[in-house]
Ligand binder design. Structure first.
Ligand code: NAG
Ligand code: NAG
Length: 446
């Protein structure tokens, strides 16, 4: 009896540290792309925000392996002449070891004690760069990922194909629903314009969106939903996104409309920089997508320090029609190319309640934020913005509809630089050659 009582007391005490099931949730943090083998100082900044819930959005560990960049030699990993893939998967043992490293990160261990941690995955923790449904190790990878997240042994998430899941927080009138998508397990090959979610997950998502109401619904997708970066950086490089499966993306917006659900917004990761985007012409109200990437991996940290200003310049020059711009951004581009995390704060006491979407750096400083009443995310056919052809509408005109010169300016710049460089080299060569022949003629005469 005493033992039962002690156990009960312990249960009550331990659950009081975390939010009780219907406690009001007003602070949610999220992030992606964390290298388990590197120091992760960002957790101090996350702790400073004191989130009640933390959401992993993928590349929670780097589970696969990269071969060196090799143009020549026996193993060539780049160019049309490449003969081995750049990435290859790990063994089960190795993947498990990497999750153990991630769990042992001291800052993360402390966060787990204070906040409820949820998560989905992206390609590198699923097992292989850019992989989809074809990956053979996905069943094992799912088990290891759910172990990492402390998913109960009897959870139905362990029995289904894929790691998608949903959570409801808060009492009536102050409900926050979190829906986590699996963009890997059922995904067709890139360029197929096939499916990202697969039929069972679509049916599940339909039930989730049509189901019990919530004031706010946060949909976590490892890949970006709103931005189509590839349309402006191709043919230089491509990233994954919902926009590369245009029919699937359209289906998502139609589903939000048909559900009549208010307050839906997206959070995403993957791209190694942070930004806030907004699409006004998808659903009947603006679709925000807050991208935070990564917790350790970032475009600026991937280059030597002298090139970091160049990365910031490229961020400014990359055409974008969806990015939310504001004079208050810490960087002119309103992106962050340094490690960062996302923070969502809800002021339930305001009338109507307000939400703040924010990106914070490794010091915990805000680098970009937007704030608005959640009543702005109310479905209404009357307020839906229609796309007009031949006029530029910010947050509506697609990247692919940008004028040719704007859309391809980065690629053009690069080609012009290469061309100028080539011309200079050729001219120098000609000059050298003519000097050489002149001087050799001279020496013959003498
Ligand atoms: C992760 O960090 C380790 C140690 O610094 C490094 O060797 C490895 O290449 C990194 N992985 C990625 C994907 O950056
Ligand atoms: C995104 O860009 C790709 C590549 O340019 C293009 O094929 C695709 O249709 C675009 N998607 C949308 C939704 O505009």
């Amino acid at each position: 009896m005493a033992a039962t009582f002690a156990l009960l007391l312990l249960l009550i005490l331990s659950s009081s540290v975390r939010a009780a099931p219907d406690a009001v949730v007003s602070r949610i943090a999220f992030g992606s792309c964390a290298n388990q083998s590197e120091p992760q100082p960002i957790w101090n900044a996350v702790a400073g925000f004191d989130p009640q819930v933390f959401v992993w959005l993928g590349d929670n560990v780097y589970g696969d392996n990269k071969r060196p960049f090799r143009v020549f030699g026996r193993e060539r990993t780049v160019g049309p002449w490449k003969n081995v893939p750049r990435f290859y998967p790990s063994t089960e043992e190795e993947l498990r070891r990497r999750y153990q490293l991630a769990r042992a990160q001291p800052g993360y261990a402390r966060l787990r004690e204070r906040a409820q941690v949820l998560g989905t995955w992206d390609d590198h923790d699923y097992g292989l760069n850019d992989a989809g449904k074809e990956l053979s190790g996905k069943v094992i990878a799912q088990r290891l990922m759910l172990d990492f997240l402390d998913e109960p042994e009897d959870s139905k998430r362990r029995k289904q194909a894929g790691v998608y899941a949903s959570y409801m927080f808060g009492p009536e009138g102050k409900r926050v629903k979190v829906i986590l998508l699996d963009t890997r397990y059922h995904r067709d090959p890139l360029l197929s314009d096939g499916t990202i979610l697969g039929d069972p997950q679509w049916q599940w998502l339909e039930r989730e969106l049509h189901g019990p109401q919530s004031e706010i619904t946060i949909i976590g997708s490892s890949i970006q939903v709103v931005s189509n970066l590839s349309a402006t950086t191709g043919p230089l490089f491509y990233v994954e996104s919902w926009a590369r499966f245009p029919r699937e993306r359209e289906r998502l917006f139609r589903l939000i409309d048909s559900s009549k659900r208010p307050g839906v917004l997206f959070i995403s990761g993957d791209v190694h920089f942070g930004e806030i985007t907004r699409f006004d012409c998808g659903a009947e109200y603006p679709s925000y997508d807050v991208t935070s990437s990564g917790l350790t991996q970032s475009v600026e940290n991937s280059v030597p320090e002298v090139f970091q200003p160049l990365m910031r310049l490229l961020a400014i020059l990359t055409p974008t029609t969806m990015r939310v711009l504001s004079p208050n951004c810490q960087y002119k581009s309103c992106t962050i190319g340094q490690p960062n995390f996302g923070a969502i704060e809800i002021d339930w006491n305001a009338v109507p309640p307000r939400i703040k979407l924010e990106l914070r750096d490794v010091e915990g400083h805000s680098v970009h934020s937007v704030e608005f009443p959640i009543s702005e995310l109310q479905p209404s056919e009357a307020h839906a913005i229609k796309r007009q052809t031949h006029t530029f509408q910010r947050h509506c005109t697609l990247e692919t509809e940008l004028p040719w010169l704007t859309r391809y300016r980065l690629a053009l710049m690069l080609f012009v630089i290469i061309a100028v460089f080539a011309v200079v080299v050729v001219m120098l060569a000609i000059a050298c050659l003519s000097n050489f022949t002149k001087s050799s003629k001279k020496s013959k005469k003498e």
